[in-house]
Design a protein around this ligand. Sequence first.
Ligand SMILES: [Cu+2]
Length: 157
Amino acid sequence: MQTWLKTIPVAILVLLGGCGGPSAPSGIGVSGAWSPETPPGASVGAGYMTIRNGTGTDDVVIAMESPVAASIETHTMTMDDGMMRMRKLENLEVPAGETVVLKPGSMHLMLIDLRNPLAAGERYPLTLTFKVAGKVQTDVEVRGSGAAAGDHTDHPQ
Ligand SMILES: [Cu+2]
């Protein structure tokens, strides 16, 4: 006769990538979103933010929308022979456990066909739709010149 000790089921531990950041309540956290103010008549603007994926699942931003612009794209910037080149990114990927930083001179959002100029001190809502996490809304703060740092001077208008 065999006496079996209670078998403790061994859970398969999925690596959760060290979640526990204070600002990631739902697993995906969008923080520090801001835009440089735009001059009157400008048709495009830029947006920057930090996106943290505190979940164990790779995610990707599949759509972005805001009342301030007709459409929003993600662009990357690279130096190519001393020239800044901007390229549209089809998908903004946010791998499990990683933080993606959009900042001047680097990856950024392009707000296309602005409905109004972005004025310093204003805030506007932005909704990011993640493939896995769904919709995440954030408020974007518009900052005065000086913050712009000449980022989009060579962008087609
Ligand atoms: Cu751009």
